[in-house]
Design a protein around this ligand. Structure first.
Ligand code: FAD
Length: 468
């Protein structure tokens, strides 16, 4: 391992907290209580839901229950890609027709602007820069996938997406061996923790009650049960994403998939000169085990990808601690992309979990017979999707309580989607390990062959995993 990796700050939730500081923790629940709506989980989903519900109906008594502190989960650890991707769109097109999926995609495009707009309105400075998303191909097989992906996105109405050759790609970001890229304007980079801290403060200022250090052990119709008391409410909304398995009865609902990140030291002007990236695009690639990265407001590269994909028994990480091998693997991606940065120091590494449903489709639901609602399963595309989910939960609660009617959002194809649970262990563990081992092998093979055909191995893994 290189010396630059051995000195890394490991875990501590995420680099974003090291940069912006931890918030003061709010009081836990003090005993039994009642509310009109109780929201379990203080990440983007829970907080946006509280925000929009309270804006729509200021008289509602809304309580958020958070096991640690708001932003402890993926919302305080992500790559800060605010973009228009939504997990499951292509499956929703098959299930509900192309036009329905076009509506979903249009809603996602608008959601990127909604987050930027509302964050601005609420006075949240989250280092937002709307430079779009640039996804690059570095092998012939990746290029073939990139072109197919580009065409697919156009077919969902994204007319402003652009396809670049090697020269135009280098004009934006000088990724070694890049043979092409696809750019969409529907994306922004942001500072995840500034957003989640700002949101929690905005929600509280609106009059929502937030209890932290309050783990919910069980959700039942009209009840959220904690060690300190039970909150009763007609609506109980589960917004726990990658942590959902820890709730009673939810062990196999969404698989907690791990994603890991590193942040470099701030680059010098000469180093930025060698890299380009003046447009501050969110950067990704077309590998099967893909990477994602941003140029941070303070001049670092924050880069993520899949490390150990999944822990046996749906366990989550320990405050973001990351295996040395994963840190090294991410550093290798950084250096493969930008060989001129071989000597740059890695300052921080961390991990987090995201929720993966059995069919890899994000969903938002309110069961009108029980008042139980939930949103999640975003599979790593949640920074924007959480906002769309929250506005949809607002509309569903309004509809059910007679405060509103059907809306464009309640008619989107991901609303009310149901899927079977994951297999019991050890099948779950074996399946996910096998899938990612196959992806990595497929990526390695594609890097050394001139064939434009995607590895059959990866296609097989996709089918077995239920992705396509
Ligand atoms: C490393 C990493 C990088 C990512 N990068 C991107 C990206 O660049 N772009 C993108 O679009 N998406 C990204 N994602 C995904 C995105 O961050 C998530 O989809 C999104 O933050 C989900 O928000 P959430 O509120 O649903 O879940 P979370 O942010 O995980 O919030 C859930 C909250 O619920 C709390 N909780 C859990 N269980 C309980 C309980 N029993 N009782 C009380 N509270 C509970 C948790 O403590 C947590 O605060 C990334 C995820 C990770 C892990």
């Amino acid at each position: 391992m290189s010396s630059s990796v051995s000195s890394v700050v490991n875990g501590g939730i995420s680099f974003w907290y090291a940069d912006d500081g931890f918030p003061a923790v709010r009081e836990p629940l003090g005993g039994d209580a009642s509310a009109d709506v109780v929201i379990v989980g203080g990440g983007y989903t829970g907080l946006w839901t509280a925000y929009y519900l309270k804006q729509a109906a200021p008289f509602l008594r809304i309580t958020v229950l958070e096991q640690k502190f708001c932003g402890y989960g993926a919302s305080g650890r992500n790559g800060g890609w605010l973009y228009n991707g939504i997990a499951g769109r292509d499956r929703y097109a098959k299930l509900h027709g192309h036009e329905a999926a076009v509506r979903l995609q249009r809603a996602m495009n608008e959601t990127v602007d909604e987050v930027v707009r509302v964050a601005g309105e609420a006075g949240i400075d989250a280092d937002v820069h709307k430079g779009g998303v640039l996804e690059v191909a570095t092998t012939p097989a990746q290029l073939a996938r990139l072109k197919a992906f580009h065409e697919l996105e156009l077919s969902y109405g994204e007319k402003d997406r652009e396809l670049y050759g090697a020269g135009e790609t280098a004009g934006r970001i000088r990724v070694a061996d890049a043979v092409g890229s696809s750019w969409t304007p529907h994306g922004a980079r942001l500072h995840p923790v500034k957003l989640v801290k700002g949101l929690a403060a905005a929600v509280e200022a609106l009059g929502v009650t937030i209890h932290e250090l309050t783990p919910v052990a069980e959700i039942r119709p009209k009840h959220a049960v904690t060690p300190y008391g039970t909150v009763r409410a007609p609506y109980v909304l589960r917004c726990t994403e990658g942590f959902t398995a820890s709730l009673k009865g939810q062990r196999r609902t969404w698989l907690p998939m791990n994603s890991s990140m590193i942040a470099t030291e701030p680059l010098t002007d000469e180093q930025w000169e060698s890299v380009g990236w003046d447009g501050l695009e969110a950067l990704g690639d077309m590998a099967h085990a893909y990477m994602y990265a941003q140029r941070t407001a303070d001049g670092r590269i924050a880069l993520g990808g899949r490390g150990v994909p999944y822990r046996f028994g749906s366990r989550t990480d320990n405050d973001g601690r990351t295996q040395a091998a994963t840190i090294e693997a991410l550093r290798e991606i950084l250096v493969r992309f930008f060989p001129s940065l071989a000597a740059v120091g890695i300052e921080h590494a961390w991990s987090g979990v995201l929720g993966v449903p059995r069919d890899w489709c994000a969903t938002v639901t309110l069961d009108r017979s029980t008042g139980l609602g939930w949103a999640g399963g975003y599979v790593g595309s949640g920074v924007a999707t959480t906002n769309l989910a929250a506005r949809t939960l607002r509309d569903l609660v309004q509809l059910d309580s007679g405060q509103g009617g059907q809306t464009e959002l309640t008619g989107l194809p991901w609303v009310g989607h149901k899927v079977r649970k994951w297999e019991p262990e050890p099948l779950r563990w074996l399946g996910v390990q096998g899938m990612y081992a196959t992806y990595r092998a497929a990526d390695r093979r594609e890097r050394v062959t001139s064939s434009a055909e995607s590895s059959k191995l990866a296609q097989f893994a996709d089918r077995v995993a239920g992705r396509h």
